[in-house]
Ligand binder design. Sequence first.
Ligand code: CTP
Length: 153
Amino acid sequence: MGKTVLTYGTFDLFHIGHLNILKRLREYGDRLIVGVSTDEFNAIKGKKPVVPFEQRLEIVQSIRYVDLAIPEDRWAQKREDIATYDVDILGMGADWEGKFDDLADVVELVYLPRTDGISTTEMKRVLSAFDARHVEELKSTIDSIAQIVKELS
Ligand code: CTP
């Protein structure tokens, strides 16, 4: 019987770091199951995804390395999922290093290094520069500078 790998994440604004970890995790076994955090669970974690849960789930499910995408809506679900899906390996990015070691009695734990230089948080920061509010701020700054230049000349 082949090995089943399980991982979890929000996968908001799906990017190359997400793709890399799914590809690498799939290589650890024969079946990859991905728990995608619901919008409600993200709210509990203090995060507000840009892309709604149903779309994030569909995107992750469509990745060729992913055999099954399931909703993740609570912290305690991991132990249940491991039993339900007969999971052999729980794999997470290094940002979660050690956080799930309490599951070592039922599963093998693998923490993989993150892809450098990209994260959803950083993408949101860059996008926020184009947020309408910021554009208004920029306009009023430019107007103020124009006014000063006019007064000086
Ligand atoms: N991940 C990765 N390399 C990155 C970004 C994410 O390997 N550059 C991994 C994370 O370690 C996690 C999975 O992808 O195992 C899902 O990560 P998620 O938290 O959804 O994405 P992040 O881009 O890390 O989002 P945020 O900045 O909001 O934490």
